[in-house]
Design a protein around this ligand. Sequence first.
Ligand SMILES: *[C@@H]1O[C@H](CO)[C@@H](O)[C@H](O)[C@H]1NC(C)=O
Length: 135
Amino acid sequence: MKTVFSILLVLSCLFLQQRNAISKTHVHVVDGLASNNPPLKLHCASGDNELGWHYPKPGDDFNFSFTPSEVVTTIFFCHFWWGAKDSAFEVYNTDGNCGKDNSQICYWLVKEDGFYFAHDHESPPASAYVKKSGW
Ligand SMILES: *[C@@H]1O[C@H](CO)[C@@H](O)[C@H](O)[C@H]1NC(C)=O
């Protein structure tokens, strides 16, 4: 009986671990600008997660991961500054950007003419990106 219980315990831990690994969502923000002049600056946060200020260089990938809640809406937003321009939007929303695609990998590519989005790919090819908005 004790052995059966131990086996069940180990199995349920394995199951939970796997479920956790599978349900993590990764969001990437890639600096796709051609030059660092002017440099990109960004700040990301959710309601209870401060992801800080970031000063990427062209090609840099700022990324974070989290386990979306199954009960409440999860929202991460980022604010971007580039020269005189600035723009802010939700990089993840359970019911919107990234979240509604039901994807565990989301990429945002920041370019001179705006923000491009791709999902389901690790290091997406240029052809996978779709423009979402201008600055
Ligand atoms: C994600 O960010 C880390 C730094 O926090 C970086 O080392 C890594 O290269 C990034 N991932 C990708 C796929 O570029």
